[in-house]
Each structure stands twice: as C-alpha cells, then as structure tokens.
Design a protein around this ligand. Structure first.
Ligand code: 13P
Length: 249
C-alpha cells in the first residue's frame, strides 16, 4: 500500500526559498530507500517549474499545483490551466481546498469541472473535502464529506476514479486557528469515505494540523493512506521527519 506524504505550501515561499527546500529534499533522498512512501510537494504556481527542476534527478517526488482552471486556455485573467501547470512540471492538481471554496468562490460544480480537466490531461486530481465546525457539532461530518466527494466525482469511469486522491481536511482542524483532530473524531468520517470511495480511488489522505506528534497515530488509522500537510512541512526539517515517520526510517 502506498503511503502518500505531501505538503502544500499555500501562498508561501520565494523562488529562492522554494529551490532551497527542493534541493534539500533531493539531497536527503539521494540513494535512500523510501519503501512504500510516495512524497509530493505542491508549491505556489510561481515556483512549480523551479521546484520540478530542482527535483529533476529525483522523479520519485511528485510536484503539484494548488489549483488549475477547467478550460485549457482562453480569456481567464489570473488563472492557470492544467496544460500550463503540467508544462511547468506538475503531475498532481489540488482541487477544492476549503480555503479556495471559502475565499475564491470554488463550488461543487467548479471542483467537478477541474477534476475532469485534470484527469483529461493525465494528471492526478487531489480532491479536498472537509466540513465546517457547525456541521461537525451537529453530527453531520460523514454525510457532508461523502456528499462533497460524490458531487466532485460524479460520472467518472472506474479507470478515472482509480487515479483520484481524496484528502479529508476538516475545516476546524486546518491552519493556525485549527485544533488537531483526535483519531477518534476521524473514525466515522473516514469510515464513510472508505465505504463510498476506498476501493475506487487511488488513496484517502488526511490533512489538518498534522504534526510530528500525531502523524504516526493518524497514519495508523486503517483507511488513511497518507498525510497532506501544511505548516509542519514548510520547513524542510519538518517534512523530512514526516517522511521518516512514514517510512519508519
Ligand atoms: P495545516 O497542516 O497547516 O493545518 O494545513 C493543512 C492544509 O490545509 C493542507 O492543505
């Protein structure tokens, strides 16, 4: 079973910082056996090409994009397309992160269109789902995320679904204002995701306040195939520690 260990840098890092991080990862990995661990890194769009280039000698690391438009090209000022991020070196496209849904008008419909475009160009969609605190408090987490996933993946053929990654990222657990989820809190939502999608997609990941203290426990949850990490992995040391935890190095 593949264990996905990835990070999104969100809106952070200059080109120099991005390149340093990527070179450092390449140096760490050179000649090192990773077992089942699949690393990936999702820089801001400005740094995709530089990170891909810095990791050119280490093709085991997948580079991704944090967003891409559903159209291939055209009059869409400020957007980048799937072919463009692929040209820059991305092999994964993150879609539907809660920060994009909340601040940039991402809807189930645009998420669905972006998943389809990503698959059409042969890249891996990393679909993010997650419920707000109020939904969790009302006991609706599992139904909410199962519904989000169903809307995003509607109509896909089995072969297409087989290339999709789903990251469950409860909104209340993400970022500086989030609180780490306990493994007990994640059992029911992950059971629902696993029942609906576990056999069909490439993997189910967890994200939200993943740290060095809880990573092993989170990876120990049966349906969890990997971790999608923000703050802890923005410094290379943190990311390397996560790789070591996942690979039992
Ligand atoms: P944090 O790990 O900083 O909570 O961010 C998680 C996340 O949103 C990854 O996409």
């Amino acid at each position: 079973m593949t264990v996905w260990i990835g990070t999104s840098w969100k809106m952070n890092k200059t080109l120099a910082e991005a390149t340093d991080w990527a070179r450092g990862l390449g140096e760490f990995l050179a000649g090192r056996e990773l077992g089942a661990v699949q690393p990936f890194v999702i820089p801001p769009a400005t740094a995709i090409a530089a990170v891909a280039q810095a990791l050119a000698a280490e093709p085991r690391v997948l580079v991704g994009a944090q967003n891409a438009h559903w159209e291939d090209a055209g009059a869409w000022t400020g957007e980048v397309s799937v072919p463009q991020v692929a040209d820059a070196g991305a092999r994964i496209v993150e879609i539907g992160h809660s920060e994009r849904r909340e601040h940039f008008g991402e809807t189930d419909e645009t998420v669905r269109a972006k998943v389809a475009a990503t698959l059409a160009h042969g890249l891996v969609p990393l679909l993010c789902v997650g419920e707000p605190a109020a939904v969790k408090d009302a006991g609706g987490s599992a139904a909410f995320i199962a519904d989000q996933a169903a809307r995003a993946l509607e109509g896909l053929a089995p072969e297409q679904l087989g290339r999709v990654l789903i990251a469950y990222e409860p909104i209340w657990a993400i970022g500086a204002h989030g609180r780490p989820a306990t493994t007990a809190e994640l059992e029911e939502p992950f059971a629902a995701l696993a029942q609906a999608w576990g056999e069909k997609v490439q993997g189910l990941l967890y994200g939200g306040s993943v740290g060095l203290d809880n990573a092993a426990d989170l990876l120990g949850l049966a349906p969890v195939d990997g971790l999608f990490v923000g703050r802890t992995a923005w410094q290379l040391d943190g990311y390397l520690r996560l790789l070591q935890i996942a690979a039992h190095l």
